[in-house]
Design a protein around this ligand. Structure first.
Ligand code: NAP
Length: 399
């Protein structure tokens, strides 16, 4: 059986990792170089030789095996998609963003052929579920490729369903094509789509982590939509990046006048919330229509507090923790809403990609690296030392 190189977790490494308490784990402990068989194709799948890939926060969760291990996620995917039982292996290959060239197509694939240059979006869904035709993100078969499925982007070859492909235009480099799909499509659905906050010209949006993977796109989407953005960051260097991306206002959450949002027991610190609101008002910002939220425990309660009467908090993640305390009085008395959002359907992912292809949105690329640097860069992302997207070049990588 022909083999390929890949990066991910094997069951042996998982058993060592699982014995460590969470606060002693680092992503690099859960990312191993593997040699695994090149996968076989189902009729609706294609084999892509990966030329470039990008790191997303879901690979940090996978490598920490937290909140659940990638093997548990893959098992759940296969329960919901029994035809994918070949994904159950003693290894899990991570990675949810890639570009490359099609090497082989399954027997029922008619829209793509060997040699096509493509990028891959990460929404895996069974289009035989009627709900998929309303919005594929609503289907119970839906999973994220390279997180909930095996055979992700960090490998010599990956296999994906043919409806995960987007044609790569010639003028877009492999690295750019691999850099944006997961985060830009997520930000697009959260802000622009009817399925998200559906921002309108003249509104104001607060963006947590403005220089991060999601935040750097959220700032640019607000600019395009004529929405004023307030970006929050943790250093002056990141503040400068947000200004260059087009943020109208920037707050350094580590500056002296900002008080902790939570007290030492993790409960809301109302003094900290009010001080933060005053800082925003003093800058001359209009009341906040939409809060772009992915931080979780540390900020969700504050995000609800900050949104104006009738405003929206759109949530897609929880980097600082999954359990958050909200003072519900600020939600119902002021008629606010919280919208849960997750990746994007094929239409939203394609519209988001077109914004890059037409140069209206520029991915903020932190660095382009050989794939062997993945464990080191995953640690840096976890330690909040990076900004924008970390990209890997696969060309010329040999096992
Ligand atoms: P990222 O590039 O690491 O950026 C996250 C940013 O969040 C950081 O730059 C940091 O900015 C800010 N942050 C981290 N901890 C914080 C805290 N305690 N308080 C305030 N801000 C904090 O990650 P990303 O790619 O943008 O992803 C962010 C989250 O969204 C992850 O949890 C990821 O899993 C999730 N996500 C979900 C989906 C989905 O489809 N559901 C898609 C993409 C991402 P500063 O330090 O500068 O403030």
């Amino acid at each position: 059986m022909k083999k390929m190189w890949a990066y991910g977790l094997d069951t042996e490494t998982l058993s060592i990792l699982s014995k460590k308490p969470l606060d002693e784990r680092k992503p690099s402990m859960g990312i191993k170089k593997l040699s695994v068989p090149i996968p076989n194709l189902m009729p609706d799948e294609v084999l892509v030789e990966v030329y470039a890939s990008a790191l997303n926060y879901n690979s940090i969760w996978s490598s920490l095996a937290h909140p659940v291990s990638p093997f548990q996620l893959i098992n759940s995917h296969v329960k919901r998609n029994p035809c994918n039982k070949d994904h159950i292996q003693p290894f899990a290959i991570y990675g949810s963003d890639a570009s490359g060239v099609i090497k082989k197509v399954g027997s029922s694939v008619t829209s793509w052929k060997e040699g096509d240059e493509v990028l891959i979006h990460c929404n895996v869904v069974d289009m035989n579920d009627p709900l998929s035709h309303q919005d594929s993100m609503l289907s119970s078969t839906q999973s994220i490729w390279g997180y909930e499925t095996n055979y992700g982007a960090f490998a010599e070859y990956t296999k994906v369903r043919s409806d995960q492909l987007i044609k790569k235009p010639n003028h877009v480099s492999w690295e750019t094509a691999a850099s944006f799909s997961l985060t830009l499509s997520t930000a697009y659905r959260m802000l622009i789509s009817d399925n998200g906050a559906n921002i309108k010209t003249g509104q104001t949006c607060l963006i947590w982590g403005g220089s991060g993977g999601l935040g750097s796109f959220a700032i640019q989407l607000c600019k395009l939509a004529g929405v004023k953005s307030i970006a929050v960051v943790s250093s002056e260097k990141k503040a400068e990046i947000c200004k260059k991306l087009g943020a109208d206002f920037v707050i350094n959450r580590k500056s002296k006048n900002i008080i902790d949002f939570l007290d030492k027991d993790g409960n809301p610190n109302l003094l900290g919330w009010r001080r933060f609101m005053q800082t925003i008002k003093k800058m001359g910002c209009d009341p906040i229509d939409v809060v772009f939220e992915h931080v979780g425990s540390n900020t969700l309660g504050l995000s609800v507090f900050l949104a104006k009467r009738g405003g929206k908090v759109v949530v897609c993640g929880a980097s600082s923790g999954f359990n958050a305390t909200i003072d519900l009085r600020y939600l119902w008395m002021e008629l606010k809403s919280i919208i849960g959002s997750h990746f994007a359907n094929y239409d939203e992912a394609t519209k988001a990609a077109n914004l890059v292809f037409s140069n209206q949105i520029k991915p903020l690329i932190y660095s382009i690296n050989p794939i062997k640097e993945l464990p080191k860069l995953a640690d840096q992302m976890f330690d909040d030392e990076t900004n924008g997207k970390i990209v890997f070049n696969h060309k010329n990588t040999k096992f």
